[in-house]
Design a protein around this ligand. Sequence first.
Ligand code: M6R
Length: 608
Amino acid sequence: MCGIIGYIGKDNSVNHLIEGLRALEYRGYDSAGIAFFDTKQKLNTVKAAGRLANVEAMMQITPESHCGIGHTRWATHGAPDDINAHPHGTPSLRLVHNGIVENYAALKEELTALGYTFESETDTEVAAKLLDYYYVKEKLTARAAIERMTSRLVGSWALGILFADDPGTVWAARQGSPLIIGKGENEHYIASDITAILSRTRDYYQLDEGEIAKVTRSSAEIWKDSKPVNKELKVAHWDIEAAERGGYPHFMIKEINEEPTAIRTTLHSRIKDGLPDFSGDGFDTSVLGEISRMHIIACGTAMHAGLVAKGLLNSLAKLPCEVEIASEFRYNDPIVGKGDLVLIISQSGETADSLAALRLAKKKGAATLAIVNVIGSSIAREADSVLYTMAGPEIAVASTKAYSVQTALLYLLSVEAGLVRGRLSREDAAKRVSELYNRAPEAVAEMIAREKEIETVANKISGCEDLFFIGRGADYHLAAEGSLKLKEISYIHSEAYAAGELKHGTISLVTPGVPVVALCTVPDLYEKMVSNIRETKARGAETFMICGADTEVAEGTADHIIRLPEISPELAFLPEVCALQLFAYHAAAARGCDIDKPRNLAKSVTVE
Ligand code: M6R
């Protein structure tokens, strides 16, 4: 998703803009650009399709500048080319934008009638020219012009703005897309998120919905509805090393390696006397005993974590639970309201569909809870209660450690629900919590230690173009996540199937040599899975099995076997997902893919 950076201060702004944009690359982008004042206070723009290096190459030497804005664009309106790249503007101003202006076509018509012409296909250029209209033609002050302009927009935006006649100021505005203001010594930044400025400062102000900010070297003034807003200066606790690769070839593998620690860190403060304790989160768990149904709403990998939770809430707490894709939930007139708890799961806390689903659930009167990784993100701030996962920054587009901490936390929450609903004794609960906290992170570490073994297996499928993951029960949900991971980074087409469903149509695609990965960690369903593996083998499939440490596998059942470390089947999902992540990672590496930034994808999906 698009990234914004801005700088005003004593240093060379161009260096800071490029450095900030590089740190935001993980969000995904297909063009980039900067606008800056040079030493003659002239406003310059440099932008190009493709990687940030193309922008750098256009400036033979780094220009001297102390104020500028920059942008990485993930195309929504118009192709990812030089012209559609941001910044956009007029001789009087430059503007960068993250989000979507939904009514841009009507505004464009209106501005065309007023004599404006457009060179790009973007909604952003429309916003820039609308601002020009209020600033230049209507002669409003900068702040009044931004207020007027944003009041006309429908949609979402985070904006960074420079006015040509004020080289000492960066303006910012936010509605629906994240933006922060970083405070350094006699310098300020604006940024889409903290990773862009972490190497320079940890102090920041969070911009909230509808706010406009004026940022100079020495001050950051913020208004909402034309009234000044006093903001608390926050301190980011993520360290810069955590946002860098730390010697690993890719962020994805670094983040997989961080899973054992991230799981422990997420659980640590939520276990007291061996039992779950969410009091530190301010979450009153008695609600788990009062509700008749839980709805888990999320997208992608976070939704797959929700599917694991559905099974756990059912088995440990007998709590009925629906899991829905956020983009479906919001338009399906969902039957949800008082008496329901809606749980939103999101790593970024900014996913547009998940945020909209949260707002809808609140409007319908449901109690809301969020599981979020990014502190202070929109979903975290708007839910009634929030449980933060403590995975640290997840930079790779493919979500790995975020899923592990989400599912570990959801397990703890399910145990708590079991206690509150009288379905688990304290002894049962304590046994489970102990294995979750003491054994599961170790088991994940042991899985990681067998990376080479998984690499060897992954190399066997790296040349294929179609593959099946099959599973039953909890393994079916793991299959969905394994399949998504493989698709998104290796571009190998794969399907996740409930193993029993294969013969109802899809088995026609299983021909000699097609790989089938069978997840067989649920003891009660093991024999059924073996029958399904046989069905695929009979059609010539190359079969891969993932099973428990002690599972007795008869000779010839599968062509390749990966055994999980010792762990009870109820918690097998943690080492199992780790194996699937490593499998996808090495398949993608063998194919030479751009693992951390897969094509067409963005880390944080802040548009519908
Ligand atoms: O930030 P979120 O957890 O809300 O993101 C949801 C999905 O966009 C995300 O999990 C996506 O599916 C990942 N790229 C998968 O690896």
